[in-house]
Design a protein. Sequence first.
Length: 131
Amino acid sequence: PLRRTGAPASVAEHTGVEPGEFLELVRAREQAALAALADATGNASLCALSRAGTPHPAAKFHEGAASALADVRRALTRAPETGPAEAVAAARNTWEERNAGLATRQRDWAAYYAGGVEALGLLDEAIPAVG
């Protein structure tokens, strides 16, 4: 659970969330997505899987989630003054600009894009509303 106390004013005013706790939530979700990816691929290299021509939409979904969560983690660690909502919104904008067109090309890319969109949506829901 995220606490609403102890955050620097710039972050707490916008989200009511302790910045370190949100970063830990992002890291935990990123690690969970990477673990699911490893399970889906049997720890095989994704490059090797794609060279074989075998579609692995579950693996691509988890890869997309891990990639999108890494975008949020990098935003929070590079600029600690960035609030959680701002970091998620920026990652979502970047994600959509970078990947939305790919989703229409083939099943694997659609799964990759969907995994990132879902991960960012769930992360956005985890940011408590400031009341």
